[in-house]
Write a protein that binds this ligand. Structure first.
Ligand SMILES: Cc1cc2ncn([C@H]3O[C@H](COP(=O)(O)O)[C@@H](O)[C@H]3O)c2cc1C
Ligand SMILES: O=C(O)c1cccnc1
Length: 341
């Protein structure tokens, strides 16, 4: 499988110029804290001293999972198409936030187990994955198709920012399985309550996911692991992350499931992480641990555990603020403010 080359984002000269500009703004040195680091990252992603964010695209990647028939979620499988309809009708949390933040919202059906909803983008691979507790979730060909469609989608979208969202009952299970295989941590450290499982539900989820690991132990490479344990929405998203990073777009990562897509993308095409801004630390138990492993420091910590791209949308104004401050704040010199010695 061929993935595009990534631009070299670590340009020491550019980084030094942007840091110099930030250091000479009218504020105590470093006083805008992580907003300064964010501005620098956005400059490096775009390869310019003054990054400008244009036509941000929030894409919700939706699909069903064979595992959702095994009692791994607190909610039934039918919720996936129902929520897709709700998103398209404007009533989901992500619909409200996208509207409020001026983000264009695309609902990409990557493999929902229902007919294509009117208004959804058709990236359907199949009507849900196979049950990963008994074998691979998808075929190698399906994995390739999902990755390709994710890359092609980004190449068609305008703008220079991709905000990741997802919908798919059971997809915290797929994300947990990917986390286990990509980090090597014990399964129990990779599994959370998802939509709100109780203790008995969590124990059941753990047992089913242990079966899935055993059934797919032969998968070795990142592509094989994604094929065996992924979902169509997660692989499509991973393809989009690679294409976005290759095209110098910033990727705004949401919660646990989108982190799975980004971690898989990083395993497939090392370097994509440099283009990723992690919006928030999800309340899904293992998310904090995975972020640590990735060396990622999320912007927000709001106890969100929704997905859909809701956290990415909530963090969006911080990115636009970082660009505005870098572009428009006066320097000590231009404003005639005395700098420290
Ligand atoms: C009404 C509803 C709206 C949602 N929006 C996002 N999710 C989130 O919950 C699902 C993952 O959790 P699990 O693995 O436990 O099924 C995903 O669809 C995710 O986007 C929702 C879940 C529900 C029930
Ligand atoms: O962190 C997330 O994205 C998440 C957590 C629980 C359920 N759905 C999504």
């Amino acid at each position: 499988m061929h993935f595009p080359d990534l631009p070299a984002l670590a340009e020491p000269d550019l980084a030094a110029r942007v840091q110099h500009a930030l250091d000479h703004k009218t504020k105590p040195l470093g006083a805008l804290g992580r907003i300064e680091a964010l501005a620098l990252q956005l400059a490096l992603v775009q390869g310019v001293e003054r990054p400008v964010l244009r036509e941000p695209q929030l894409v919700v990647y939706a699909a069903d999972h064979g595992l959702s028939r095994r009692g791994v979620s607190a909610y039934p499988r039918e919720v996936t198409p129902q929520m897709v309809a709700n998103m398209l009708a404007g009533g989901a949390a992500v619909s409200v936030l996208a509207r409020q933040q001026g983000l264009r919202l695309t609902i990409a059906d990557c493999g929902v187990d229902a007919p294509l909803a009117e208004g959804a983008l058709d990236l359907r691979v199949a009507a849900g994955t196979a049950d990963a507790s008994t074998g691979p979730a998808m075929s190698a060909e399906q994995a390739r198709q999902a990755l390709h469609q994710g890359m092609a989608l980004v190449e068609r979208l305008p703008g220079n920012a991709l905000l990741l969202g997802e919908m798919g009952i059971g997809n915290t299970s797929s994300a947990s399985l990917l986390m286990q295989r990509l980090t090597g941590l014990p399964l129990a450290d990779c599994v959370g309550r998802g939509t709100g499982l109780d203790d008995a539900g969590l124990a059941r989820k753990l047992a089913v996911l242990a079966e899935a690991l055993a059934a797919n132990a032969a998968a070795q490479s990142p592509l094989e692991v994604g094929t065996a344990l992924g979902g169509f929405e997660i692989l499509t998203m991973a393809g989009s992350v690679i294409a976005a990073a290759a095209g110098r777009r910033v990727v705004v990562v949401d919660g646990f499931i989108t982190t799975a897509a980004v971690a898989l993308a990083e395993a497939l095409r090392p370097g994509v992480l440099a283009a990723c801004v992690f919006a928030h630390r999800s309340a899904e138990g293992p998310h904090a641990r995975w972020l640590d492993r990735l060396g990622a420091r999320p912007l927000l910590d709001l106890d969100l555990r929704l997905g859909e791209g809701s956290g990415a949308a909530l963090a969006w104004p911080l990115l636009t603020a970082a660009c505005a401050l870098l572009a428009d704040m006066a320097s000590f010199e231009s404003a005639g403010v005395s700098n420290r010695d």
